[in-house]
Design a binder for this molecule. Structure first.
Ligand SMILES: [Mn+2]
Length: 336
């Protein structure tokens, strides 16, 4: 972060401001962790609120302060008023206003200064102050650096717990290629504030209902291989979800199992959403295979090089057919 940004930020963030923190829709641990980290940092000297565009998985309810998160879908009037009176809006862990769904209009109309902190590629230029670096492991690592610059002395156990959780979630516990020595150093420094490493691991990974295990079974059973390509794909049908009482976040991480197979470089999961009339798609990859390019070209999506999302409005069967053709074309064009 250069000095000019820091000066601008010090101007914007003098005390007693109305600050709103916004994660992307269906926030994950990194999005919510970065909001909550900043929430605890600013609280006391400012009026600060977190507004999530929609509901999120209750797995994240262990994060300190999560009870104060306002869900826009449930409290539209309150959220709108808060945004109307905001001096500063942080958008965290997303690169395009559309990822804030129904809030995006309110953000673009707002007279507040907008500060983006994010690690996704190709960010839109909607923010007054843009702190964007796609080489960073997580938004939480960036928020850690940001807080260290502003006032490291204010870091406490709550802030450290929120930021550490986002970092471990986005790096697969410090294993993904985005993990750098700086990431590990941030993790190491955060642990010094008394972060309970084991408890966070248990809450994130060993905290599910039995039905979610059965849903995972269905997803694993549905994996198929495309002949001659290092690609696996699976699907979760609407019925699979009904039988197993699907809740938001339940399928998180399922797609990664495809990458556990020797030689597989790309794994894809289709999730049928009959009520929304679409298929949600998760793409994961390793090595040179960049799924964000594929996702944006063929499935109106995007994200990180090795972890992206997309959608399809075709039926599940048609989507799978289209995918098989598209991925063959794409690999032929780019990798052969
Ligand atoms: Mn992230």
């Amino acid at each position: 972060m250069n000095e000019k940004i820091l000066n601008n930020i010090s101007d914007v963030l003098s005390n007693n401001k109305n600050i709103i923190l916004i994660p992307h829709s269906s926030p994950d641990a990194d999005a919510l962790g970065s909001c909550l980290g900043l929430y605890h940092f600013f609280k006391g000297e400012n009026n600060v609120s977190i507004i999530s565009p929609n509901e999120y998985t209750d797995i994240l309810n262990f994060l300190p302060g999560s009870e104060s998160v306002i869900v826009f879908d449930n409290e539209k009037e309150k959220s709108t008023n808060l945004l109307r009176n905001a001096d500063v809006v942080f958008t965290l862990d997303f690169n395009s206003l559309s990822r804030a769904r129904n809030i995006s209009n309110l953000i673009s109309k707002s007279s507040a200064k907008i500060i983006m902190i994010d690690h996704h590629e190709n960010p839109d230029k909607y923010a007054d102050i843009m702190i964007s670096d796609s080489k960073m492991s997580s938004t939480c690592e960036m928020v850690y650096d940001f807080i260290c610059l502003l006032d490291k002395n204010k870091i406490n156990n709550k802030i450290a717990t929120c930021l550490y959780t986002g970092i471990v979630a986005d790096t697969g516990s410090f294993r993904y290629p985005s993990t750098t020595s700086k990431t590990l150093k941030a993790g190491s420094e955060l642990i010094n504030y008394g972060v309970n490493v084991t408890e966070i691991f248990e809450k994130l990974h060993n905290n599910f209902q039995f039905k979610r295990l059965k849903l995972l079974g269905a997803a694993i059973n549905n994996f198929k291989k495309i002949d001659g390509l290092p690609v696996l794909y699976s699907s979760i049908t609407d019925d699979d979800q009904k039988i197993n009482s699907f809740k938001k976040g339940d399928s998180e991480g399922f797609v990664n199992f495809g990458l556990s197979v020797t030689g597989i470089l790309c794994s894809v999961l289709f999730i049928e959403k009959k009520d929304e009339g679409l298929i949600k798609i998760s793409f994961r990859s390793k090595g040179d295979f960049k799924v964000n390019i594929f996702a944006s070209r063929y499935f109106s999506g995007g994200g990180h090089e090795h972890a992206s999302g997309g959608i399809s409005k075709l039926s599940l069967i048609e989507t799978e057919k289209k995918f098989i053709k598209d991925i063959k074309d794409h690999i032929k064009e780019n990798y052969e």
